[in-house]
Design a protein around this ligand. Sequence first.
Ligand code: C5P
Length: 416
Amino acid sequence: MATLVNKRILLGITGGIAAYKSPDLVRRLREGGAEVRCVLTRAAAEFITPLTLHAVSDQPVYQNLFGEQPTSEVVSGGEAKAMEHIELARWADAVVVAPASADFIARLAQGRADDLLTTLCLAADAPVAIAPAMNQQMWQNPATQSNVETLRRNGLHLFGPGDGSQACGEVGPGRMLEPVDIARLTAGLFESGELEGLGVVITAGPTWEAIDPVRGITNKSSGKMGYAIAAAAAEAGARVTLISGPTALADPDRVKVVRVASAQEMYDAVHTQVHGAQVFIAAAAVADYRPVAPATTKIKKKSEHLTLELVRTPDILASVAALTPAPFAVGFAAETENVEANARTKLAAKKVDLIAGNLVGVPDRGFEAEDNGLLLVEATGVTELPIQPKTKLARALIHHVAQRLAARRGQTRERA
Ligand code: C5P
C-alpha cells in the first residue's frame, strides 16, 4: 500500500466552493503520515480562512508572493518564520492543488507566475497534481479542456474530476474528488515502480563496538539517510532489506529490517541477505576499529591510564563488491574536504560502482541534519544532487541507481 509517511505536501487551494473540503483533505493527508502546508490564492480566501487551515495543518499558511510573513504568523502569535517561495517549492515532496479552479488551470497552462501558488507550481522540482473542481459546462468548455491537455503534456498529474451533482444545482463532470481519494492518489505519486521486482540491501546507522557490557565505541550517525533510501527503494517497487545499527528511527513501511549492533554482526547479516540482490547500498557509518577483547564485566576505574587495543573491522562494502556476481554497489564518503577526490579514491579502492560523496562537519549538513547534498562519483563521471531534504535526496539517488540498472539491462540485451 502506498504511504504518505514523511512526505511534505504543499496543498494549493484555489477559489471554488469545494474549498470547504480542504480542511478535511488536510486531515486525511496528515492521517496518512504527511506534513501539510497550505497555500491559498486570493479567491480561495473568499471561501476558507487561513485560521481554519492553520488549525488543522498545524503549519504556517501562505498567501502572498511578496515580502509578507506567512498568514499564520499573524494567527499563531509569530512562531512561524517567513520562507522564500523557492525554499517552499524545494521543501515540497509533492504539490497538490485541490480544488483547482478553471481560472487557476488556465493561468498554470500559460506558465504564469502572477501569484504565490502559480509561482510555486513553476518552481517545484517535485510532482505537481491538480484536482479540478468547477461547473460541468466550465469543465467541458474547449478552452478548459485544452488547458488541461497542455498541463498533462507538461507532466502534471490530474486527479479527477468526478461526476455527479454540483453545488450550482447541475449534474455532470467537474466535481472535485473526495478528500479520501485525493489523499490515496497523492500517496500514489511516490510509487515510481522503477525498481519493481528487484532486491535491494541497505546498511544504515552507526555500529556499536563493545568495550565492556555497558560501554562501547560508536559515532553520531542518525541513520536518517539510510532509512530514507530504504523507504525510497520500497516506493520504487523493490524488495528492500535494511540492516541497521542502533538508531532511534521507526522501521520504514514495506521494508524488512534486521537490527544489529557491531560491524561484525552487520557484516554477517549483509552476507546472509545479499544473495540474489541487484543493489547494495552501504549508508552505515561502520566503525573502522573495535576493541580486540571486550571485557566480560564492567571495567572499574582503578588505574590512572587505560589502554584499549583495537583491531580493524571487516570492510562490508568492499566484501560485497567482490562477490560474483556482485550487485550494483553504492558506498558513501563522508568528507570534511576534497569530497570529489576522496570519493574517487574510495571508488577505486573498494571497486564499487558509485560513491556518494557528502560534506560533513559544516552546519546543517551531514550526519544529524535534515538536509544534505551528494556528489555521485562514478567511473564515467560526476553527478551533483543539490542540497535538499534527505527524503528527497534519497529518492533522487534511487532514481539515479534505477537508471544505471536500466542502462545495464539494455546493454546485456544488446549483447545477447
Ligand atoms: O572506508 P570508509 O569508511 O571511508 O568508506 C565508507 C563507505 O564504506 C560507506 O559506504 C560505509 O558504509 C562503507 N563501509 C563498510 N564497512 C566498513 C567501513 C565502511 O561497509 N567496515
